[in-house]
Ligand binder design. Structure first.
Ligand code: BT5
Length: 307
């Protein structure tokens, strides 16, 4: 289902999240008929929110599932200033695929589970219920060369939101050496005005593969709280990036990045590079033995002591 900032059902949900209200009152506040209120209330109920009605005192939310379209959309619209639309799926093939097909920027695609969750290079992302799976589309006022920084700051936003998290270059988020989040960013559209898709998968309470970890193993928190925190931090970092403050973000990224200071092997489309990861360059590349590398799969080999 699709929601915008003006969707009647979302507006009513937000009113009822505050307090009990009668149909008449809701109608007055939103400038709509009682019949329209009633119709929207039914829609909210159909989407998993239990609403109780008590005569003249009206409607109140009594119980809702831990994750539902209205909770997700309220969090998203509150945190992301640029956002226009939210698409919500209980199950979908891949939120990145939906984003690509839709084509427009300023949209969030959110799924409770994915049947064909994608990693990089055609790999699979396990996406059973209980995890966070979403894609954001953006058309940022940045030059083409700066777009890769967006992926880095998305990873940084997740790492800054989870206690004890570290980054593995380019944008895996790790806790206790195990992967808790992966990011798949894609660029499409015209070269002059590309749309960037940032797909984020975070293990929260879902079953995870070997060598992976979920948030609830180290933090007592629920899915929507993680979502709220990540979006808030992403908006903060995104504003810094667009405002020309990349330098601050670069320093922060380098602090959080466990890859720096290790001997690594990076597999790039043009070959393999083995060497010491020395730092993050001003343009967002990682520096390996003095050479800049922009993308690839990275394997940590060992720590090294600087001489
Ligand atoms: C990634 O790829 O880490 C990017 C994952 C992006 C997933 C999000 S979910 C929302 C959006 N919609 C999508 O369809 N995708 C994005 P990569 O670096 O290639 O890592 C993939 C590898 O991670 C796999 O080959 C597995 O080894 C491992 N893996 C698969 N599922 C995992 C999980 N849930 N947790 C941790 N590791 C996983």
């Amino acid at each position: 289902m699709k929601l915008t900032r003006k969707s009647t059902d979302l507006l009513i949900y937000n009113l009822l999240a505050e307090r009990r209200m009668s149909g008449e009152e809701i109608g007055e506040v939103l400038g709509i008929s009682r019949a329209a209120v009633w119709k929207a209330i039914n829609k909210i109920r159909q989407n998993g929110v239990q609403i109780d009605v008590e005569g003249r005192r009206g409607y109140a939310i009594v119980e809702e599932m831990d994750v539902n379209p209205y909770k997700v959309a309220s969090i998203a619209f509150r945190n992301l200033k640029f956002l226009d639309e939210v698409f919500y799926y209980t199950s979908v093939d891949s939120t990145n695929l939906r984003a690509r097909e839709y084509g427009r920027p300023s949209v969030l695609f959110f799924a409770e589970s994915q049947s064909a969750g994608r990693g990089r290079l055609g790999r699979r992302w396990e996406s059973e219920r209980g995890g966070l799976y979403f894609s954001l589309t953006l058309q940022p006022p940045l030059g083409f060369d700066d777009l890769s920084k967006l992926t880095l700051i998305a990873g940084l936003a997740v790492a800054d939101s989870l206690p004890g998290a570290k980054l593995k270059w380019p944008n895996d988020v790790m806790v206790e050496g195990k992967k808790v989040c992966g990011i798949l960013s894609e660029i499409h559209g015209e070269l002059e005005r590309p749309v960037v898709i940032i797909g984020i998968g975070i293990n929260v309470s879902n079953p995870v593969p070997e060598n992976a970890i979920r948030v609830q193993q180290f933090w007592y928190v629920d899915l929507t709280q993680v979502f709220d925190k990540v979006l808030k931090t992403f908006q903060h970092h995104y504003s810094l990036l667009v405002g020309g403050e990349w330098e601050k973000l670069r320093e922060r990224y380098a602090e959080k990045c466990d890859t720096i200071g290790k001997v690594v092997k990076v597999i790039t489309p043009t070959g393999e590079i083995v060497g010491r990861a020395e730092g993050i360059a001003k343009d967002g590349a990682i520096i390996i033995d003095g050479k800049k590398v922009y993308s690839g799969d990275c394997i940590h080999l060992r720590n090294y002591r600087s001489r």
